[in-house]
Design a protein around this ligand. Structure first.
Ligand code: FE2
Ligand code: FE2
Length: 459
């Protein structure tokens, strides 16, 4: 699978991303810090090294002279932090503690200004009680994979296996959404350029491997569901844009708007947003204001497009003109908004939330069809036909006991193309052993789907 060094750095970066979204003592943040330390410990034992050094050169992570692509994409917060501290590398020694890592995560979140010197940065570490972690000056070794062309890590030739990894793509989108929400909450400027880059990246990957990305759409993610929701909405948006044969430029605009569509929620009190009991009228009114808050916030960003603003304002509006907030005169009908309205509701109905279990796609379709006037009917019909009862990326059980991942929709909604991941005799198949199976070509009575598995993931 992925290389252990990448995994270790990604754990740290995920912790930092969650730290920005939640508070310091949040169990999720704490979990990342302790998993990171546990994995580091394993690394020290296996490698017999006494320190773990990550360099930063030209906005990329370097490890043992190699540029790391995946971690670089998900670790922009840490890279920016290192730049503020005028440091070219960070080193964890073998005695590193969960507390020291947690304090480092706090500092990454709170540090906003560039320091004058590395000496000041080291003093800052000392004052914050961050021992067992030290800062290096400029990285002096020339990295072996050069990319001095100013391109994004995912552009051009691929050397880090990043394009082969749906986990990392999911994580990169997750990171961008997390940062957008964190920056919006803290009144910082949003990095819309990153959202656009990651959309392009998602599109490139989805062109060949969409089922692999889509499988994460169904992965339950209880703690970060506002972010998870936007990630899943944007993945579905890319998939649908491709199914509708939209030009690439438009798919990227759609995906970027999808990434940002709920950014207004970051301005709403978390206690109201995550409340599991019934909302009061006043609380309901506050929540219903998030499209407007998001649109206003995006309007103030220099890199946001008119589509980003319109999608935020319009994503809870209905096709029949109802919905919330009321439609302003400037908001023109747009296929991007029409599609987002559908995907937003479909995702909300099929996702696992703290207060409810997921509905199957079929149950969600039936609710959506019966909600007369809510959606553009032609687009909803198309959406249903392209998602199917068993959407790409979902896992199903077959009548012979085998488990398969839906690889692509077929000609019939209930007979998709599959990839067998576990045989009828219980053998788990690796990706290169998985057979393709087109249910549409098999007699329905000899093999059929018995069950949709909502949370099966091979890893
Ligand atoms: Fe929303
Ligand atoms: Fe939403």
């Amino acid at each position: 699978m992925e290389n252990p060094v990448n995994d270790i750095i990604i754990l740290l970066c995920k912790g930092i991303a969650h730290r920005r979204l939640y508070f310091s003592g949040h169990p999720k943040v704490r979990n990342y810090a302790s998993s990171f330390v546990a994995r580091l410990q394993e690394y020290f034992r296996a490698s017999r090294r006494k320190e773990f050094f990550i360099g930063v050169v030209d906005g990329h992570f370097i490890f043992d002279g190699q540029r790391l692509f995946g971690p670089t994409v998900v670790g922009r917060q840490l890279i920016a932090f290192m730049e503020l501290l005028r440091s070219g590398g960070i080193s964890f020694d073998e005695k590193v503690t969960v507390d020291a890592v947690s304090r480092l995560m706090d500092l990454v979140d709170s540090q906003k200004t560039r320091l004058d010197s590395l000496a000041d940065a080291r003093e800052l570490f000392r004052k914050n009680g961050i021992d067992t972690i030290s800062l290096a000056g400029h990285y002096d070794q020339q990295p072996s994979v050069g990319r001095g062309d100013g391109k994004k890590p995912w552009e051009g030739e691929e050397t880090g296996g990043f394009l082969q990894s749906p986990t990392l793509i999911y994580q990169a989108v997750f990171d961008v959404v997390t940062r957008a929400h964190g920056d919006a909450a803290g009144d910082r400027e949003l990095d819309i350029d990153s959202a656009r880059s990651v959309s392009e990246f998602m599109l490139r990957f989805t062109q060949t491997n969409f089922a692999d990305v889509m499988q994460y759409i169904h992965y339950p993610d209880y703690d970060s569901y506002t972010v998870g929701h936007s990630v899943r909405v944007s993945s579905l948006a890319v998939y649908m844009g491709m199914q509708l044969s939209w030009p690439e430029e438009e798919i990227m605009s759609l995906a970027t708007a999808a990434i940002l569509h709920d950014v207004g929620k970051s301005k709403i009190d978390a206690e109201i947003l995550y409340k599991t009991d019934a909302l009061t009228t006043e609380e309901y009114r506050l929540i219903q204001n998030h499209p407007r808050l998001g649109a206003e916030l995006l309007l103030a960003q220099k890199d946001a497009t008119a589509i980003d603003v319109a999608a935020s304002w319009g994503h809870h509006q209905r096709h029949d003109g109802r919905g919330y907030p009321s439609r302003p005169a400037w908001l023109q009908p747009s296929p991007v908004i029409d599609l987002l309205q559908i995907i937003d509701v479909f995702e909300a109905l099929t996702a696992v939330r703290p207060y409810k279990i997921a509905l199957t796609p079929q149950q969600a379709f039936s609710i959506m069809i019966n909600d007369h006037g809510a959606f553009d009917p032609a687009l909803l019909a198309l959406f249903i036909s392209r998602i199917g009862i068993y959407p790409p990326g979902t896992y199903v059980q077959l009548s012979n006991g085998a488990i398969a991942m839906v690889h692509a929709i077929g000609n019939r909604l209930d007979r998709p193309r599959l990839r067998i991941v576990k045989t009828e005799s219980g053998a788990v198949l690796g990706k290169d052993q998985q057979r393709e199976l087109d249910l549409g070509r098999i007699a329905p009575e000899s093999l059929y789907i018995t069950r949709l598995l909502l949370s099966y993931l091979e890893e």
